[in-house]
Write a protein that binds this ligand. Sequence first.
Ligand code: HEC
Length: 88
Amino acid sequence: MRFLIMLALLCLATPVWATDIPDADSPGGALYADHCAACHFLPHPKRLDWGQWRHMLRVMKMRMDEQGMTMDKTEWRQISAYLKAHAR
Ligand code: HEC
């Protein structure tokens, strides 16, 4: 519970982070920046390799479902392709 409160405070306090991500202007990059910085600051794509991202995207899908946030299949596909292209 305390973790969730901390997280909520962090979300409120988080400014628009100017994380330098590659291809930020591409459709995939823009979707990534839009959807993946809603609860924490935007992780750099080089943070993980593609195998780890694949796992992480499944976990994030669960986190978003818990919050009633949705993304359609096309958006997930574009974000996946973006991370695959720029993973470590
Ligand atoms: C609904 C809120 C929410 C959204 C939206 C969200 N995340 Fe997360 N994310 C979390 C939480 C909560 C954690 C902490 C670990 C956990 O509980 O699973 C986390 C942890 C992470 C981590 C691991 C922490 C680290 O610094 O290494 C990564 C990577 C990550 N998220 C990537 C993403 C990506 C990519 C997206 C977009 C598809 C995304 N997140 C969207 C809530 C969210």
